[in-house]
Design a binder for this molecule. Structure first.
Ligand code: KG4
Ligand code: ZN
Length: 352
């Protein structure tokens, strides 16, 4: 069987990711493309000093990293540039300048090698990333996409066949984690740090709102949570007579972290179960950075076990942004016959 070697480049935000997958050249194959190599450089440390991602610095750093990472995956897979059949890149959403680096490099490689290029939707990459796990899902399924920029529930019937069931009307789940963490004096991105503190805390210590829990639809709202966390932390500071969150007893800090995490996870789990019930499907796929959260995973597993639902997650290191999911999504799209790579080298990006 003839194979295609797909190079994937991710540069939508603060991680540069490059990967190589091998897919079937013939369309219609149900085979999942095989990941040959992937490499990642995270800029998080550089942005930490600023408390968040600085777009201009992100773009410049992608430029520095993308070619060395490309060389790294080629070496790891024992391939050369000439072996590449298709170059895929993240077309959006993301930071415009950062996206342009990936698009520019992909199109330059495509033009130099006379190979077609394919722009990939970043969220489709996240959505399909569980197919790279040892236990890949089968269509159809409900997807819970929880990243730093998006919170969505989707019905997925196949590659490219996605129906939005509900989404956040304001902040994303990852944003709720990060903004609450910032109030607690944690470094950017605070989600994983807040999660670690939460493991030592009591999730029932403080009553925080579960917005839209009983809204009757599958939409989310997390903007009110950070205000509630702020109000609660101010109360705690006043009661203890201290000026900074870090000056509170460690147990109180952990209790607020646990209560915050529980509020976010509660809503995500309940709405996911409602989506499964409404669609009549019994498979759930979780993707995006917040999918790495251990409390979310254990609560989803517990709720699903009761209902005979199978839950699929990406491997932990592929939950956050990476090139593997972009190469994979491109490979799955090409194999499905739904999209063709182009030799026009238009390097168009779609920030929103
Ligand atoms: O998918 P991702 O890497 O980037 C976007 O496309 O947005 O997601 C990053 C988000 C951040 O908000 C980060 O705080 C959150 O995922 N995150 C977590 C955990 N790991 C990453 N949130 C809670 N618990 C975690 N363990
Ligand atoms: Zn992402």
């Amino acid at each position: 069987v003839q194979k295609l070697l797909v190079l994937g480049i991710e540069s939508s935000c603060d991680e540069t990711g490059v990967a190589l997958v091998e897919c079937e050249a013939a369309t219609g194959s149900p085979e999942v493309p095989r990941l040959l190599a992937h490499a990642l450089y995270s800029q998080i440390e550089m942005h930490q000093a600023f408390g968040g991602v600085v777009p201009e610095l992100a773009s410049r750093d992608h430029i520095r990293r993308v070619l060395p990472l490309t060389q790294e995956v080629l070496t790891a897979a024992a391939c050369t540039l000439q072996d590449i059949d298709v170059v895929a890149y993240t077309r959006g959403p993301g930071l415009a300048g950062a996206l342009l680096v990936g698009a520019g490099v992909a199109c330059a490689l495509g033009a130099a090698l006379a190979r077609p290029v394919l722009g990939v939707h970043h969220l489709e990459g996240h959505l399909l990333s569980p197919f790279l796990s040892a236990d890949p899902p089968q269509f159809p399924f409900v997807a819970l996409l929880v990243s730093g920029g998006h919170t969505q529930l989707m019905r997925v019937d196949g590659v490219g066949r996605y129906a939005l069931l509900g989404e956040s009307i304001d902040d994303a789940a990852g944003e709720a984690f990060d903004k609450s963490a910032k109030l607690m004096g944690l470094a950017y991105p605070g989600g994983p740090l807040l999660a670690r503190m939460a493991e030592a805390g009591n999730p029932k210590a403080y009553a925080l709102p579960r917005p839209l829990l009983h809204s009757g639809n599958l939409d989310f709202s997390f903007a009110g949570l950070k205000t509630a966390v702020l109000v609660q932390s101010q109360k705690m500071l006043a009661a203890d007579g201290v000026a900074h969150f870090e000056a509170l007893p460690r147990s109180q800090q952990c209790d607020l972290a646990a209560s915050t995490q529980a509020a976010i996870v509660d809503v995500l789990v309940k709405k996911s179960m409602t989506a499964l019930k409404e669609t009549g499907l019994n498979r759930l796929v979780v993707a995006g950075g917040v999918g790495a959260n251990r409390h979310l995973r254990s609560e989803l597993n517990a709720a699903s076990a009761k209902r005979n639902i199978r839950v699929h997650y990406p491997e932990l290191h592929l939950c956050t942004d990476n090139g593997a999911m972009i190469a994979l999504a491109a490979g799955m799209r090409l194999q499905s016959g739904q999209q063709q790579a182009s030799m026009a080298y238009a390097f168009d990006v779609k920030p929103r």
